[in-house]
Design a protein around this ligand. Structure first.
Ligand SMILES: [Zn+2]
Length: 880
C-alpha cells in the first residue's frame, strides 16, 4: 500500500522484489485461444497455443492464472517434439501459474500449448455468466467477459500485464442456436464434425493487451451493420430489445468519425460491436472492437428518457470509443498509468458529446462532475492522481473520481491554457509516435511539449503527483491600483483533532503552477488574460478602477476562487448579466465549498442562493438545489419548515416562468430544469400542491403516465419522498414490468427515498435476494444511506450484513456502496461507522474508504458548527 506523501515512482521491475510482476525471460507474441463454454453447467474448457519468445534458457515458465484448472501444459518444438511440464504449480496469492520442466528450454521462438477448465462465475469478472428473462418469460444465460484490470487470467493462462502486447486469434465453440462475438470480425462459422456445435472463428486482432480481450456467447441479437467510413458498426443485445438500438448506432457512428478526425488516425480495428450485457460490474468496457455496456448505458428510447439519461448514454459510448485509440492503440505500460487512460477518455467523451449535441452545453454540466472531484480532493485523505501501483488491489483502487473527473478536469485545464489546436497537434503526435506501443504518462507531456514549447511536464507533474488543489485568492491592493492573485491549498474543515500533524503541514505547504485564466471588467470593456500563477502570486497593475474580476474564466481551471468582500459582492451582483452558466455555477459551487471549509456561514450561503432567483440555467440550479438539500439536513422541526418555506419562495417563481408543461420551442436543458425545480419544490419545499400534482403525473391509479420524461422522473422522486407502503408496492411492480432499462432503474432507485423504517427494511432485505441484480444493489444501498432520515437504518443493515454483502456483490462495488456514508452526519452513527472500520477493511478501495470516512467527519463538524446558527436565523428572519 502506498502512502499519501510518498512520491509516485514506477514500481520496481525486479520480479525478485515485486511478486506481482512476471519475469521477462519469456515473452508472448500471439495467442490462439479456443474456448468452449457450457451455459447449462456454468463451466468452460479451453486450449491456448501461445507463441513465446524464450529470451534466455529457462527450466520454468511463469504466467498468470487464477481459478483455472490447467490440465496440461507443454512446449512444442519445430520438429514436432513436445516437452510436457513435469509439474504445474498455481499460487493463489500472486495469481500465477509456474510450469516446471525437467528439461530446460533453450532460447528461441517456441510454442506453448495449454489445456484448462474453469467456472463461469457469478462475480461479474473474468469469464462469467449473466442472466435475463426473455420476452417469453424464459430464463436465459449469457457467458461474457470483463478482464480489466487483471482478470483475463481467470479465463486463460496468459501474461496479464498491459505491456505484454500480443495478437489474439480467438475461436469459440458454441451451441448452434447461439450468437458469439469477440474482438475481431467473424471469419468462419461451421458445425463441428464430432457434434452439432458450431465453431466460430474470429479475425486476428492487432497487437494489444490481455485486458482488452473479450468474448461473449448467448441468445443475442445483432443489428444490421452501419458502415462508418469503412468500419461496420453494430449493436449486440439480449433478444427482444432491438427497438432500443437506434440511438446508440447514431452516437457510435458520429463518434467513430469524430475520433478518427481528432486523433488523425483511422480506427485501428476491423469492426465495432457495442454489446449490452444484463449483469455488468462497471459502466462499460473498451474491449477492442467488442465494447460491453450495462444495458441502461446503451439501450435507450430517446423520447422516453430525461436529458441526463440520454447524455449519459452518449457520454459512455463516446468514452469507450475514444479508448479505441487512447488506451487500446496506445496503452499504459503499467497500472499506475490507468488514470491517464481514463482521464483522457473522460475528457474526449465530453468533447465528442459537446460536438454531437452542442445544445446540451456539455462543459457546463461537467461542472457537476468537477464538483465531485473537488469534494474528495478537499480532504486530507485525498491522493495524488498518479500513485505507485503494486498489487491488483492497488489497480482496482485507481478507478475513482480522482482518476476520471479530476484527471479529465486537469487535462481540460491544460487544453484550454495551451489552446485547442496546439493541444490536439500534441495528441496527434503522441498517438502517431506510440501506436501499438506502451507509454508512461510523461510521454504524453513530452509529446505536447515538443509541439507547443510550453513547460507542460513541469505544470502537469505538480497537478498529477500531489493531491489537493489550490484556492486562488483575489484582492485589490495599492488603493485599488493592483489586482493581486495568490494561492493556498484548499481544505474542508473537518479535522476533529486526530489528523496527522506532519501530513497536515505538508499539505499546507503545497503549491501549483496554476494555469490562470481570468476576466476583468473596466466600465464596458471586458478582457481575458492568462498567466501561470506560481508560488509567489501574481500582481496585475490596473490603469483604471476595475468593476469586477472573475478568476476562473469559463470554469476551465481546477481550482476554487476566494474574493475580497467587495470584489465578491460586485461579482455576485453582475453574475446574471455578465457571467456564463459555468461561471455562475462556479460561484455557487465555490460558495458551498467555503461553507464546508468554515470560510462562509450557512446563513450567508442561503442568502447568496436567494440572490440567484432569476437564474435560468440547469447546472446552476442543480448546484443550488443540492446545496439547499445539504442545508435541509442541518435543521429540524419548525426551523426545517421555515427553510422549506424559503426554498419554496426561491424555486416556485422559476418553475412558474417555465410552466409545468414543456413548450415545443424549449431546449432539452430547459425540460430537465423543469424536473429539477419540480423535485426541489415537492421534496425540499414540501409544497402540497406540487405533491398532489406529482401523484397525478406519476399516474398511480393508471398503469402508465403520459408525462414528459423529466417531469415524470421528478414526480417519481416527489412521490417516493412523501409516499407510503402502497406507493412502494406500485414502484416495485413498475420496476419489474418496466419496458426500458432507464425506467427500471428510475423506479428501483426511487425505492431508496421512502421515509419509512418498514419500507427501508423491505428494501434492504430485497438486496439480499435475486430480485435486485448484484450490479445495482450496492448503488441502491448507497442511496438508502443517503436517505435524510432513514440513512442510519440503512447503514445498520450494511453493518449487520457486511460479510454477506461482500460475498454477494462485485468486488469493485463495495467501496462504491460505502459512498453512502458520505451523506450521514449524526455523531453517534458516525462513531459506529468509525468503530466498524477499525475492525473491517476494503483492500481494493482502502483510499476511497478513508475518504468516505473523512467526508463523514466533515458533515459531523458542519452540523456541530452550523445547525444552531442556521436554526436561529430561520426562526427570526424571513427571505430578504
Ligand atoms: Zn474508460
Amino acid at each position: 500500500m502506498s502512502d499519501l506523501t510518498v512520491p509516485a515512482t514506477v514500481p520496481d521491475r525486479d520480479p525478485g522484489v515485486d511478486p506481482y510482476r512476471l519475469p521477462r525471460s519469456v515473452v508472448p507474441s500471439r495467442y490462439d485461444l479456443t474456448i468452449e463454454p457450457d451455459l447449462a453447467a456454468f463451466t468452460f474448457e479451453g486450449t491456448c497455443i501461445t507463441t513465446i519468445d524464450v529470451v534466455e534458457r529457462v527450466d520454468r515458465i511463469v504466467c498468470n492464472a487464477i481459478e483455472l484448472d490447467i490440465t496440461r501444459a507443454g512446449v512444442v518444438f519445430e520438429d514436432g517434439r513436445t516437452i510436457d511440464a513435469a509439474r504445474i504449480e498455481l499460487d493463489e496469492t500472486t495469481e500465477r501459474a509456474t510450469l516446471h520442466f525437467d528439461t530446460p528450454i533453450e532460447a528461441g521462438i517456441r510454442v506453448l500449448h495449454t489445456e484448462f477448465t474453469g467456472t463461469l462465475n457469478d462475480k461479474l469478472h473474468g469469464f462469467y455468466r449473466s442472466t435475463f428473462t426473455d420476452t417469453d418469460g424464459v430464463d436465459q444465460v449469457i457467458a461474457t467477459t470483463q478482464f480489466e484490470a487483471t482478470d483475463a487470467r481467470r479465463a486463460f493462462p496468459c501474461w496479464d500485464e498491459p505491456d505484454f502486447k500480443a495478437v489474439f486469434g480467438i475461436t469459440l465453440v458454441i451451441e448452434s442456436d447461439l450468437t458469439a462475438v469477440s474482438n475481431g470480425a467473424e471469419v468462419s462459422r461451421a458445425p463441428r464434425d464430432s457434434d452439432a456445435k458450431h465453431v466460430v472463428r474470429f479475425a486476428d486482432t492487432m497487437v494489444m493487451s490481455t485486458y482488452l480481450v473479450a468474448f461473449i456467447v448467448g441468445p443475442l441479437d445483432v443489428t444490421d451493420p452501419v458502415d462508418v467510413s469503412g468500419t461496420p458498426l453494430r449493436i449486440v443485445y439480449p433478444r427482444g430489445k432491438g427497438h432500443l438500438t437506434d440511438f446508440a448506432l447514431e452516437v457510435g457512428a458520429f463518434c467513430l468519425d469524430f475520433f478518427a478526425e481528432y486523433f488523425g488516425v483511422a480506427y485501428p480495428g476491423d469492426k465495432v460491436d457495442l454489446v449490452a450485457v444484463p449483469d455488468f460490474a462497471f459502466g462499460a468496457m473498451e474491449n477492442l472492437g467488442c465494447i460491453t455496456f450495462r444495458e441502461a448505458l446503451l439501450l435507450v428510447e430517446p423520447t422516453e428518457v430525461t436529458q441526463p439519461e440520454l447524455q449519459n448514454v452518449t457520454d459512455v459510448i463516446a468514452h469507450e470509443l475514444a479508448h479505441m485509440w487512447f488506451g487500446d492503440l496506445v496503452t499504459m505500460k503499467w497500472w499506475n498509468g490507468i488514470w491517464l487512460n481514463e482521464a483522457f477518455a473522460t475528457f474526449m467523451e465530453m468533447m465528442a458529446t459537446d460536438a454531437f449535441r452542442p445544445e446540451w452545453d456539455r462543459w457546463a454540466s461537467f461542472g457537476l462532475s468537477r464538483t465531485m472531484a473537488f469534494d474528495t480532493d478537499s480532504l486530507e485523505t485525498t491522493r495524488p492522481i498518479e500513485f505507485p501501483v503494486v498489487s491488483p488491489a492497488d489497480a482496482e483502487g485507481m478507478f475513482d473520481v480522482l482518476t476520471y473527473e479530476k484527471g479529465a478536469a486537469v487535462v481540460r485545464m491544460l487544453e484550454q491554457y495551451l489552446g485547442a489546436n496546439p493541444f490536439r497537434e500534441g495528441i496527434r503526435h503522441y498517438i502517431a509516435q506510440h501506436a501499438y506501443g506502451n507509454t508512461e504518462t510523461t510521454d504524453l507531456w513530452d509529446a505536447i511539449e515538443s509541439v507547443t514549447e510550453e513547460p507542460v511536464r513541469r505544470i502537469m507533474d505538480s497537478w498529477i503527483f500531489q493531491g489537493g488543489y489550490p484556492l486562488v485568492t483575489v484582492d485589490l491592493v495599492n488603493d485599488g491600483g493592483t489586482l493581486r492573485f495568490g494561492q493556498e491549498p484548499f481544505a474542508y474543515a473537518g479535522d476533529l483533532g486526530e489528523g496527522d500533524a506532519a501530513v497536515e503541514s505538508e499539505l499546507k505547504a503545497r503549491t501549483w503552477p496554476v494555469p490562470l485564466i481570468f476576466t476583468q471588467a473596466v466600465g464596458e470593456i471586458v478582457t481575458f488574460e492568462q498567466e501561470l500563477l506560481e508560488r509567489d502570486g501574481l500582481d496585475v497593475a490596473l490603469f483604471e478602477p476595475v468593476d469586477w474580476v472573475l478568476a476562473n474564466t469559463e470554469g476551465t481551471g481546477f481550482y476554487r476562487a476566494a474574493y475580497a468582500p467587495d470584489l465578491r459582492a460586485s461579482l455576485v451582483a453582475k453574475a446574471q448579466a455578465e457571467l456564463s452558466p459555468i461561471e455562475r455555477y462556479g460561484l455557487v459551487d465555490d460558495a458551498w465549498a467555503a461553507v464546508l471549509a468554515d470560510r462562509m456561514t450557512a446563513v450567508e450561503f442561503l442568502e447568496m442562493a436567494e440572490a440567484f432567483a432569476a437564474e435560468t440555467d440547469l447546472s446552476v440550479w442543480q448546484r443550488i438545489v443540492a446545496a439547499l438539500g445539504s442545508l435541509d439536513r442541518l435543521v429540524e422541526g419548525d426551523d426545517r419548515a421555515a427553510l422549506a418555506t424559503r426554498i419554496g419562495l426561491l424555486v416556485r417563481p422559476a418553475l412558474l416562468r417555465l410552466g409545468l408543461t414543456p413548450a415545443t420551442s424549449e431546449t432539452d436543458r430547459d425540460r430537465e430544469l423543469r424536473g429539477v425545480l419540480i423535485e426541489a419544490l415537492g421534496v425540499l419545499a414540501v409544497d402540497p400542491v406540487m405533491r398532489t400534482e406529482a401523484r397525478a403525473l406519476v399516474g398511480l391509479a393508471d398503469s402508465a403516465s403520459t408525462a414528459d420524461p423529466s417531469v415524470l422522473a421528478a414526480s417519481i422522486a416527489v412521490v417516493a419522498a412523501s409516499g407510503g407502503a402502497e406507493d412502494f408496492d406500485v414502484f416495485v411492480e413498475r420496476f419489474h414490468t418496466a419496458t426500458t432499462p432507464q425506467e427500471e432503474l428510475r423506479y428501483l432507485y426511487a425505492l431508496a427515498a421512502f421515509d419509512d423504517p418498514e419500507l427501508v427494511d423491505r428494501l434492504t432485505a430485497m438486496t439480499l435476494t435475486d430480485e435486485i441484480r448484484s450490479q445495482n444493489a450496492p448503488y441502491l444501498l448507497a442511496r438508502a444511506m443517503g436517505n435524510r432520515t432513514q440513512g442510519p437504518r440503512a447503514w445498520a443493515f450494511v453493518h449487520e450484513h457486511w460479510q454477506t454483502l461482500g460475498e454477494r456483490f462485485p468486488s469493485n462495488s463495495i467501496v462504491r456502496m460505502l459512498s453512502g456514508i458520505r451523506s450521514l452526519s449524526d455523531p453517534a452513527v458516525a462513531q459506529d461507522v468509525y468503530a466498524f472500520f477499525e475492525e473491517h477493511e476494503v483492500p481494493q478501495g482502502d483510499k476511497q474508504l478513508a475518504q468516505h470516512l473523512e467526508r463523514l467527519e466533515v458533515n459531523v463538524a458542519l452540523r456541530a458548527r452550523a445547525s444552531d446558527a442556521l436554526a436561529h436565523h430561520l426562526a427570526h428572519h424571513s427571505a430578504r
